[in-house]
Design a protein around this ligand. Structure first.
Ligand SMILES: Cc1ncc(COP(=O)(O)O)c(C=O)c1O
Length: 363
């Protein structure tokens, strides 16, 4: 490992590079013809979408005195926040220690290390809480061995949400009007952080959340998941449940098909979360004729060349485009039916405030 020499003052000039990502018009069939929607290309921003959250969380902690000059930052990540923290760490002068897992793509591991982050990998998911719980257990061990270290806790830190005020401000300038915003949900940070300011701008704005099948965020049973980025096997407190008008669950075959259609027909594409939000944004543009629909593409395609865009991977995991639905199955509440493919629910509640009968979870 190369030991980077970081000044505790950092390199603040890097902060001037943050954000200001382009907005693309997407008109390709997804999977059938659609009127078009806007996509904010966060993969083209320095440090990726989560650089916004990372800078906000570190600056907040510094202001409160929780992060001392030059102290290390320790965080659990499936990749995107790791890159964002590597950027924020260099800009603000903090070594970055990341806990990932062995599912992390080799190219992402190399990239994180190339940016000077120390990377620890856990090699098996926890029986309850999956990979996230396993990573958090390792993170807690690291925190005891690095007493000065700061843990941003992206799942529950309000500064994660606050970091996306810049994304909202950019959209408010780039668009004349907005009726429907479609956001993937992992920690809940960017959906909460973008919709708040944009609703002050456009009060009638509808928010559609996009989750992965097998994710427990919106009250479905947690299952092993192929898709990374969106979805979770825990219940992050940053998810603004009250802000969502509806939620969709999308499966890996549908997300991968959308990614490939985007890349071939519209050039701009990305990974699992990009495919999932594109599918739902195209559907929203179809079912709300005349409405202005926008979404956020959290990253670009490069990280997914060995998965989403790889034919052998697709065959090995049964990602058959012939099985892709053209519209979601409607379910009355999140625990009524287990979604195994694209599904939609117009009742969104916080699963930790259980109000509806629980779908039996297998042991
Ligand atoms: C690639 C990707 N897409 C989407 C998300 C979800 O974003 P958020 O955590 O802001 O809900 C994440 C979060 O890790 C991600 O890494």
């Amino acid at each position: 490992m190369t030991t980077a020499v970081l000044s505790p003052a950092g390199n603040r000039e890097l902060l001037a590079l943050l954000g200001r990502t382009p907005l693309a018009r997407v008109t390709v069939d997804l999977p059938c013809p659609q009127p078009g929607f806007w996509a904010k290309l966060e993969g083209l921003g320095v440090g990726g979408m989560k650089a916004r959250a990372a800078v906000s969380m570190l600056l907040g902690a510094k202001e409160r005195g929780e992060l001392r000059p030059g102290a290390p930052v320790v965080e659990s990540t499936s990749g995107t926040l790791g890159i964002g923290l590597a950027f924020a760490g260099q800009a603000l002068g903090h070594p970055i220690v990341l806990v990932g897992d062995t599912e992390l793509e080799p190219s992402m591991r190399q990239l994180l290390r190339a940016y000077g982050a120390r990377l620890e990998l856990v090699d098996r998911p926890a029986a309850e809480g999956g990979w996230q719980a396993a990573r958090l257990a390792r993170l807690r061990e690291l925190l005891t061995s690095l007493p000065e270290a700061y843990w941003p806790d992206q799942y529950n830190n309000p500064d994660n949400i606050a970091g996306y005020a810049s994304l909202a401000a950019e959209l408010a300038v780039q668009l004349d009007h907005l009726d429907v915003l479609v956001c993937s949900v992992g920690t809940g940070g960017h959906s909460a952080g973008v919709v708040g300011p944009l609703r002050r701008h456009w009060p009638g704005l509808r928010l559609i959340g996009v989750d992965a099948t097998g994710s427990t965020i919106f009250g479905q049973p947690a299952r092993p998941r192929l898709m990374r980025g969106l979805g979770s096997s825990i219940h992050p407190r940053n998810v603004a449940y009250d802000a969502f008008d509806e939620v969709h669950w999308v499966g890996p075959a549908e997300a991968a098909d959308a990614c490939r259609r985007l890349a071939v027909g519209n050039f701009v594409s990305g990974g699992w979360s990009t495919g999932a939000v594109a599918l739902v944004a195209a559907w929203a543009a179809r079912v709300h004729p005349g409405a202005v629909v926008a979404t956020v593409f959290p990253d670009g395609p490069h990280r997914y060349l060995g998965t989403v865009y790889d034919d052998d991977f697709a065959a090995a995991h049964g990602l058959d485009p012939a099985t892709v639905a053209t519209r979601p199955v409607e379910i009355p509440h999140p625990r009524a039916v287990e979604a195994t493919g694209w599904a939609r629910c117009r009742s969104v509640t916080d699963p930790l405030e259980r109000r509806t009968p629980r779908l039996e979870e297998s042991p």
